[in-house]
Ligand binder design. Structure first.
Ligand SMILES: Cc1cc2nc3c(=O)[nH]c(=O)nc-3n(C[C@H](O)[C@H](O)[C@H](O)COP(=O)(O)OP(=O)(O)OC[C@H]3O[C@@H](n4cnc5c(N)ncnc54)[C@H](O)[C@@H]3O)c2cc1C
Length: 407
């Protein structure tokens, strides 16, 4: 292992590898440390991604068997069992094999010149005169110090090193706890549709999802802001009027647990010699918990700013704040809309949620959504759709409900 690099990236997840790939393409020497011995494992993610967003990031079509299925429909099940379906003209989302997706990004970064060190856990940051100067890494039982001009923290939700950098960690009050499973022998599903199950009996504070594959297997998961996610999953499989039929003879072959951050981006994601990208900076959609596309979007910005900082020989916080500014300029309206929607959804009782889905169906919101192609940048999506009468009516209804809940 070399004892110095222009940039060190902590974490070989999608945000870390995308940063490393972009930096290497810009000619910057970059070293990635990943604590596990295989990229992509263990995987905890459903891998449900927007095709247009991937395309805009230069990542679609993806090669080989990374894409497991594509979806043109979403079925939202109200707590009463009422179904609100949105059907689009062409597939707009896909489910990817996350391990293969992460490996693809890491391979791209390596081919562009990034150095990967697996089985290498960054134990702490090296801080001199309040500037991050490198990291201490443990590899094969040996601890070594590696210096760098900039350290990019892409460690994911644990945010241990972020706090060592003196930055405020994630908002613990906005975490939900998720269970993600691989399941076999799924019946009575439309292979083009993602199933979304709502209701406090099954997924309080979030929702449950089922993403089928053509071979009869699926990804099944949920998140909750209270209690044990596995117990809610058992209840969903046994008691939910629709899911229990789809899953009556199914078998779980793999199960993982992981939190999701829904509080919107942390207030400050940079300091002297340091940038934070992805889940560690809570660059995750507060509505759906999807973090891959927003993490990659910010990773691209981080790579640009870091490369520029190195060229100008200025890695001070006052230069690196450009990263924060560009992320804010790109995403703040989307986050504002999504945080409002999250608060709105959290405020609804099961009965009200049922009313909302029935209202959306009555107003023809499903038809108004028929041409949607981008689902990640939900503020921009809202602006695009709000002139449609059904969407405008839905907004007025949401506002009325949220004002009556918080007069
Ligand atoms: C159940 C569940 C389902 C999800 N489904 C979706 C979905 O359908 N679509 C979507 O867009 N998002 C989804 N997400 C969110 C998504 O998984 C994350 O937003 C995404 O993985 C964030 O990528 P990242 O690179 O920032 O972090 P991570 O993917 O967590 O990667 C961080 C990497 O850093 C490594 N690391 C950590 N600490 C160290 C250290 N000290 N030294 C070295 N390496 C270290 C870890 O091993 C890991 O490889 C889901 C999350 C969960 C929990």
């Amino acid at each position: 292992m070399k004892d110095t690099s222009d940039v060190i990236v902590i974490g070989g997840g999608p945000s870390g590898s995308f940063t490393a790939w972009k930096l290497a393409k810009l000619g910057v020497e970059v070293t990635v440390f990943e604590e596990h011995n295989t990229i992509g494992y263990p995987s905890h993610c459903a891998g449900h991604l927007s095709i247009l967003s991937l395309r805009n990031l230069g990542l679609y079509p993806l090669p080989g068997k990374i894409v497991e299925n594509t979806f043109s429909q979403a079925n939202f099940y109200a707590p009463s069992g009422f179904t609100f379906s949105v059907t689009l003209t062409t597939p707009v989302t896909c489910s990817v094999n996350r391990a293969a997706f992460d490996k693809y990004l890491a391979d791209k970064a390596e081919q562009a010149g990034a150095h990967y060190n697996l089985n290498s856990r960054v134990q702490s940051l090296l801080i001199e005169n309040d500037t991050i100067k490198g990291v201490t890494v443990k590899q094969d039982g040996k601890t070594q110090t590696v210096t760098a001009k900039i350290v990019v923290d892409a460690e994911g939700i644990s945010s241990r090193l972020l706090r060592q950098a003196g930055l405020a960690g994630l908002n613990g009050a906005c975490l939900v706890h998720a269970v993600e499973t691989e399941i076999e022998n799924v019946k009575n599903v439309n292979l083009n549709a993602v199933e979304v199950f709502t209701g406090k009996a099954y997924a309080p504070g979030f929702y449950a999802w089922l993403m089928p594959r053509p071979n009869g297997t699926a990804k099944l998961g949920l998140a909750t802001n209270t209690g044990n996610p596995q117990e809610y999953l058992n209840r969903l499989m046994q008691k939910h009027p629709v899911a229990s039929k789809q899953l009556s003879n199914s078998k779980i072959t793999h199960m993982t647990f992981h939190p999701i951050t829904l509080g919107g981006p942390i207030a400050k994601a940079y300091t002297d010699g340091f940038l934070a990208v992805g889940d560690v900076a809570s660059q995750v959609k507060p509505t759906t918990g999807g973090g891959v596309v927003l993490g990659l979007t910010c990773a691209g910005i981080a790579a640009d700013v870091a490369a520029d900082a190195i060229r100008r020989n200025d890695v001070s916080a006052s230069f690196l704040q450009k990263y924060q500014k560009r992320c804010t300029d790109t995403l703040s309206f989307d986050f504002c809309v999504m945080l409002w929607l999250r608060r709105f959804l959290d405020s609804l009782s099961d009965e009200k949620l049922d009313d909302v889905l029935r209202f959306l169906a009555r107003m023809g919101v499903n038809e108004a959504l028929g041409s949607v192609d981008a689902i990640d940048f939900q503020g921009q999506l809202f602006l695009k759709l709000v002139t449609k009468p059904a969407i405008f009516a839905a907004l007025a209804y949401f506002l009325k409900l949220s004002l009556s809940a918080n007069p």
